[in-house]
Design a protein around this ligand. Structure first.
Ligand code: HAS
Ligand code: CU
Length: 561
């Protein structure tokens, strides 16, 4: 092993430290802060949701909150959309800039930041005034005020501008480095957002051609099944738009933090290309119970869903190998003796290790969701939020928090404040999450419904009791964990010691270096893989649209909460 470790390649083009100009760093910082502001609002609503399952109603303490569904919309949009994309909009362009040692386009940075803020303001207006209690899935015929849909369109545009910035940076670098292979870190960061760009087009069609004209009253009726299908066309892939930035960190940065190396350059590129191909043509697994979609189409998506499971399995083995290398380099012996030797005292690493461990359960529950028949047992029960809090609520959120522990110091030039508080935050959040998810999962199996205000429900199954209590207790601990995260970040920005920050990002090296020729070099032809992805999408979705279109404008809008 030792000689392999000696012969390795950095995931960046040039290992000498590179820093962006302060104006660009400031914009990236503020993009992150927008996400944290959203998350702050989101976790209060999360606490209220969790307690409501335990039968405790604190909604009355929220100023301006008129219904459970208003709070649930705020929670979903703030945490799952604004927080995640604000992070990715800052993190991925920074990774590309660093990988290529090149500045970003400042006007585009401004444009991406500006559209993100504008979108946010519109969404906040709509949600706070109770004009958009449609939940983050925006299902018609529930209707929101136009500001909600237009606001989300601006948020999506901000992600497109972030991608454009990465692509232009890459193009500039390519011109000056003809024939040189793009470094791994740039490849996987760009592929992540190329996948998302492709995935976001159906929701753009849904909002621009259906929901926005309908919310303005230009058309009276809309097509619930078609808009719902367009939503999930984007909506499954959106979960990978959240996950892939976390994978960028697990592959390209975590090995260094753990003292190991990435196993293989080509394998890592392959994983991201597999996500580009397989993330999108799987949306019907959210619609197994929807009438109006032929069983055969659903079956094709079920098979492809098992396909998209594989790149995550490869990731589990690959990242585990990097960690094992790190643990053994720190003196770990025996089958599992390397695990306690990992640098658990580094809050950035420990957050991400805990994220990975919870994601094992998130992945397993995903497999059950994906199974055509087992889905009937769990669909629309609290099992599903149990699943997604162990994916987006941990694998993703905790990784983003872990990254923040080096990224905020790196971007501000200030030392991380309160390392021990950060460590406590990681553990409290994870323990809370596992208790919470255990509650939701087990009560879900007993049929406890999701998206239901149980604190005031006239029916209650005694079998749900333990699950409800665990949900409330776990959710409270999660709230405390994230609150501590905010304390750490706010104190770092406000009181962190200047000049003691990391000078570079923690980029890693790969054990098996980039291929010089052969199939693996073709993984860099992103345009080609986009075409293959489109062909797969046409195969998976084409028959449905051919059999279904034109739209059935059958339903007026309803505002019932
Ligand atoms: Fe999911 C529903 C299927 C992954 C998010 N999912 C949801 C919803 C959300 C969501 C938000 O097929 C609810 C939507 C709604 O509101 O209705 N999901 C899957 C499958 C996967 C999956 C097959 N989901 C995710 C990820 C998400 C996410 C990732 C967010 C980021 N999901 C479904 C289905 C439904 C669904 C159905 C519909 C349910 C219904 O009926 O409504 C897979 O991609 C999962 C693959 C994951 C793995 C795990 C790999 C593990 C790794 C960690 C390794 C650990 C190490 C630790 C290295 C195979 C990589 C070592 C550390 C040491 C210290 C030793
Ligand atoms: Cu899905």
């Amino acid at each position: 092993m030792a000689e392999h470790i000696a012969a390795s390649t950095p995931v960046v083009a040039d290992p000498t430290p590179f820093t962006l100009p302060e104006t660009q760093r400031r914009l990236l910082r503020w993009t992150l802060y927008v996400g944290y502001a959203a998350l702050t609002a989101g976790i209060f609503h999360g606490l209220a949701q969790a307690l409501s399952y335990a039968g405790i109603d604190i909604l009355g303490y929220f100023p301006a909150l008129r219904s459970y569904y208003q709070g649930l919309t705020a929670h979903g949009v703030a945490n799952a959309i604004i927080f995640t994309f604000s992070f990715a909009n800052a993190f991925l362009p920074l990774m590309v800039a660093r990988a290529l040692s090149r500045r970003l386009d400042e006007r585009l940075l401004w444009a991406s930041f500006g559209t993100l803020v504008l979108g946010n303001l519109l969404v906040i207006y709509a949600v706070v005034t109770n004009k958009a209690s449609v939940l983050y899935t925006s299902y018609a015929p529930l209707q929101a005020h136009w500001t909600y849909y237009v606001g989300l369109v601006f948020v999506v545009i901000s992600t497109w501008l972030a991608l454009l910035n990465m692509l232009l940076t890459w193009r500039g670098w390519k011109r000056e480095n003809p024939g040189v292979r793009m470094p791994l870190l740039a490849h996987i960061s760009i592929v992540s957002y190329v996948m998302w760009f492709l995935a976001s087009l159906p929701i753009a069609v849904e909002f621009l051609f259906f929901l926005i004209p309908w919310s303005f009253g230009w058309v009276e009726r809309t097509d619930p099944l078609l808009t719902r299908t367009l939503f999930w066309f984007t909506g499954h892939a959106i979960v990978y738009a959240w996950l892939l930035p976390a994978y960028v960190s697990w592959y390209a940065l975590v090995p260094r933090q753990a003292g190991g190396k990435i196993v293989s350059d080509s394998l890592t590129r392959l994983v991201f290309i597999l996500f580009l191909l397989l993330s999108i043509p799987t949306g019907f697994h959210h619609q197994y119970t929807d009438p109006g979609i032929h069983e055969g189409f659903k079956f094709v998506h079920a098979i492809l869903t098992f396909g998209v499971f594989f790149p995550s399995l490869i990731t589990a083995f690959s990242v585990m190998a990097s960690l094992e290398m790190g643990g053994r380099a720190h003196g770990g012996r025996g089958l599992l003796g390397w695990i306690p030797k990992l640098p658990w005292g580094d809050p950035s690493l420990s957050a991400q290790l805990l994220a990975m461990i919870t994601f094992v359960f998130g992945g397993i529950t995903g497999l059950i969701n994906a199974s055509f028949t087992m889905n009937q047992v769990v669909h629309n029960t609290t099992w599903v939020p149990g699943h997604f809090h162990m994916t987006v609520g941990s694998a993703v959120a905790m990784t983003f928090m872990g990254v923040a522990y080096w990224m905020v110091p790196y971007l501000t030039g200030k030392k991380l404040w309160g390392r021990k508080v950060a460590l406590a935050s990681n553990w409290i959040y994870t323990i809370g999450l596992l208790i919470f998810a255990r509650g939701m999962i087990s009560a879900g199996l007993e049929g406890m419904p999701r998206r239901t205000f149980l604190a005031q429900a006239p029916y209650m199954d005694p079998d749900w009791l333990v699950g409800r209590i665990l949900t409330g207790v776990g959710g409270t601990l999660m709230f405390v964990g994230i609150a501590l995260f905010f304390v750490v970040i706010a104190m770092t920005v406000w009181k962190g010691k200047a000049g003691e920050a990391p000078k570079d990002i923690p980029w890693s090296e790969t054990l098996i270096e980039p291929a010089k020729n052969g199939w693996a070099t073709r993984l860099d032809r992103i345009g080609f893989w986009v075409i293959v992805a489109i062909i797969l999408i046409v195969i998976a979705y084409g028959p449905f649209f051919l059999s279904y279109l034109p739209p059935n404008y059958v339903s007026p809008g309803f505002r019932i909460f």
